[in-house]
Design a protein around this ligand. Sequence first.
Ligand SMILES: [Zn+2]
Ligand SMILES: [Zn+2]
Ligand SMILES: [Zn+2]
Length: 141
Amino acid sequence: MRHNQHFEHLLKRHQLKRTEARLRVLELLVNKKTATSQPDLESVIADVDRVTLYRILNAFEEKGIIHKVFDLNGTANYAICSSDCDEHYHHDEHLHFNCTNCKNVYCLDEMDMPPIVLPAGFKLEKLSFSATGLCPKCANK
Ligand SMILES: [Zn+2]
Ligand SMILES: [Zn+2]
Ligand SMILES: [Zn+2]
């Protein structure tokens, strides 16, 4: 199978060894417009076993390639990070839109989020924005 050089480069940049399974997971996640759960990934790449897939997702998340977001059922979904993320810090403070109909989670990272200023004494570790409603596909039905 031929892979985009971009994906190999992405693995290299995050100090991950190039493996066929990693490249396939990466390609899948990059090409999806919505966040993807592990069971969804399992059904598409059935020949990569569950433990391997779990380790790949963990490594990607640790290295700042993907971030985790929970859907309305509480299932973890994974989405590609912006290029600003690395293993020390994730910058995924964009709005996550949960569609109540198709249950897809969208990363709306093209929107500007308002700056959040916390009251004195609070130390921020992670900020997340989420919205619930209908995605364009479901709203137009
Ligand atoms: Zn990230
Ligand atoms: Zn929808
Ligand atoms: Zn996201």
